[in-house]
Ligand binder design. Sequence first.
Ligand code: FES
Length: 94
Amino acid sequence: MPTVTFKYGDQTKSVQGQEGQSLLQIGLDNDIPIEHACGGNGFCTTCLCKVKEGMENLSERNDREESMGISEGEDRLACQANVNGDVTVELEEM
Ligand code: FES
């Protein structure tokens, strides 16, 4: 079962999710405050996060991310990145 570590503000929280779930879903299931204005449909970028470890354990960037300009570096849309191993992400400051 993948472990996802979320860093936000001055907090760090490690939680477990199911393989294939999105970072957003795992976060919301565990009361992590991830913005998701478009409801997780890849249209708003409010769920943008930085992947600090484990990019290789996320699904490849999809067309939604590419079309929103999320195409390189640490940036991923939490609603579009599905987990298949351990990952550490940093959420945008809110
Ligand atoms: Fe809107 Fe992810 S929740 S892009």
